[in-house]
Ligand binder design. Structure first.
Ligand code: OAD
Length: 254
């Protein structure tokens, strides 16, 4: 982590910091990613169940697929990468956590405000009135679950081709455009608009640090790419960042 000393950034709680996470941050918790080695689609059951899921998304088939995913995630716990982001939230005065993940692991680790761009698999939404309800228990007795208004609920998860919640997107774009330091963790960087956020930050002068097992679509653009597992690299990065602050605070000559 010697590169930290070369960064043109003072380690300071007043830095405006953003972390954008993708499936890779949950990989070491046991949640499969979406693309490449270790993806969910390597699993035959996932492929079979996903074939029966589809519009209007409040069908039994959709819920069977989601219940399989929810059961899997239910057995997973946050890993060492998640609490590093909780610490950052407490340390920086202006910190934004943006995630593409729907697994809820950031919340379970203790992150207070998470800008979930793709929704949350532990919530459901009524297609008729748009009301969002918590659905923390799995398995669900009867599928699909119903809203109190009598309409079958759908998972509160953005499907391909659907638009994102505009308020959550606006908040994510806002924190991205004013960041001094932007961490992009465990995402392939191919799904827009999340993939644009580090680029917006870069354009506005931020230092962008990528943490990823492999090279990605964002790697050629970022300031520094740290290659490795998020659960290992993020806590090390955070420790090095705090150590740099301690050195900078030492009076001359010590
Ligand atoms: P992807 O599956 O596309 O990418 C996961 C990334 O994590 C890859 O770049 C891997 O190299 C990296 N990775 C895997 N294990 C890692 C580890 N232990 N530490 C660090 N990096 C690791 O997932 P996303 O980029 O999140 O959308 O995908 C974006 C969206 O596409 C998802 O939110 C989902 C999907 O379709 C919706 O569900 C709407």
């Amino acid at each position: 982590m010697e590169f930290i000393d070369r960064l043109a950034l003072v380690s300071d709680p007043r830095l405006r910091v953003v972390a954008l996470t993708g499936a890779g941050i949950s990989a070491e918790s046991g949640v499969p990613i979406f693309r490449g080695r270790g993806s969910m689609w390597e699993n035959e059951k996932a492929r079979t169940l996903a074939r029966k899921a589809g519009p209007p998304w409040n069908t039994k088939g959709t819920w069977e697929f989601y219940e399989w995913r929810r059961g899997l995630v239910h057995r997973c716990k946050p890993n060492a990468g998640h609490p590093a982001l909780v610490d950052m939230e407490h340390y920086f005065q202006d910190f934004g956590l943006i995630t593409q993940n729907v697994d809820g692991l950031h919340g379970r680790a203790g992150s207070g405000r998470v800008l979930e761009q793709h929704g949350n698999m532990w919530k459901a939404r009524c297609p008729r009135d748009g009301e969002i309800v918590d659905l923390p228990e799995t398995p669900i007795g009867r599928l699909p679950p119903y809203h109190s208004c009598g309409t079958a609920l759908r998972p509160h998860v953005v499907q391909f081709g659907e638009s994102l919640d505009q308020g959550t997107l606006k908040a994510a774009l806002g924190v991205s455009s004013r960041a001094n330091l932007f961490l992009v963790v465990g995402t392939s960087g191919v799904v827009s608009p999340a993939s644009q956020m580090p680029l917006i930050a870069l354009k506005n002068g931020a230092t962008v640090i990528e943490v990823n097992r492999d090279a990605t679509a964002l790697t050629p653009h970022v300031t520094i790419s740290l290659r490795g597992m998020a659960a290992e690299i993020l806590p090390r990065f955070w420790k090095a960042f705090l150590a740099k602050e301690a050195r900078e605070l030492k009076p001359e000559g010590e």
